[in-house]
Design a protein around this ligand. Structure first.
Ligand code: IPE
Ligand code: IPE
Ligand code: MG
Length: 236
């Protein structure tokens, strides 16, 4: 099977999942966090090396204080307690996003989980939290500008060279999944998705289980990736 090396998921639809069942939106986020834990373990079993997930965007601060607060508490709780299985499995957790306007307990939880799992080598779970794709490019450009000021020669600077200026030096995304029915990227990993295959599903994230994930993998297997070139199977 041709398994994508780097899979990214825009975990959308938690709120609607809850509302449809007469529950509070926060219950959708809680259920979504359980789904994430299961999927992270499953993705590695399927041979995926890197799983990037969109957990909280810089624009999600526009939501009610109550919801933002719930999501902040949830990440702290999850990193402190529920990530045992992920650590045991040998998965390294990294967090991408701006740190500037996060609470100190959130920053501490992020630091701790990154530290605890930093020597794990079985796979990487990249959690995008307080994350924006354009912000990541801007922050990278600022780091590059500093290096240029310090004498870096950019005569032959290539697009591949920019990855190390991003939050984590991760490879391009092979497969991008968005749950919840919307067909847009909402400022997710813009630099890394230049040649990603897209998979959209109406399934709300809390219901996006292993078999739903496998459907996306099967679809990916049949995609013909050309990267701007020509793959003429008939004439070969
Ligand atoms: C995605 O679910 C999770 C976050 C953005 C934190 P939503 O909360 O966006 O759920 P919907 O789109 O309102 O259903
Ligand atoms: C994208 O979902 C962000 C996350 C999944 C964390 P949103 O629900 O915030 O995106 P829009 O508002 O529908 O574009
Ligand atoms: Mg949404």
């Amino acid at each position: 099977m041709n398994v994508p090396k780097h899979v990214a998921i825009i975990m959308d639809g938690n709120g609607r999942w809850a509302t449809n069942q007469g529950k509070k939106r926060s219950e959708g986020h809680l259920e979504g966090s359980k789904t994430l834990e299961k999927l992270a373990l499953h993705a590695i079993d399927m041979g995926v090396e890197i799983l990037s997930v969109y957990a909280f965007s810089t624009d999600n601060f526009k939501r009610d204080f109550e919801e933002v607060n719930y999501l902040m508490n949830l990440i702290v709780k999850y990193f402190n307690t529920k990530f045992e299985k992920i650590n045991k499995k040998g998965i390294k957790v990294v967090v991408s996003g701006r740190k500037s306007n996060l609470r100190t307990d959130v920053l501490k939880a992020i630091e701790d989980i990154e530290e605890k799992t930093k020597n794990n080598t079985k796979g990487i779970l990249n959690i995008c939290f307080n994350y924006g794709g354009q912000e990541e490019i801007i922050d990278g450009a600022i780091k590059l500008a500093k290096d240029i000021n310090n004498g870096l020669d950019i005569t032959n600077f290539k697009r591949e060279d920019f990855y190390k200026y991003l939050y984590h030096d991760l490879p391009p995304i092979d497969l991008l999944i968005r749950t919840g029915g919307e067909q847009r990227v909402s400022n997710f990993m813009l630099y890394q998705m230049s040649y990603s295959e897209f998979y959209f599903t109406n399934t709300y994230f809390p219901d996006f289980d292993k078999s739903e994930f496998n459907k996306a993998l099967f679809m990916y297997e049949n995609r013909d990736r050309r990267f701007g070139g020509i793959v003429d199977k008939e004439s070969k």
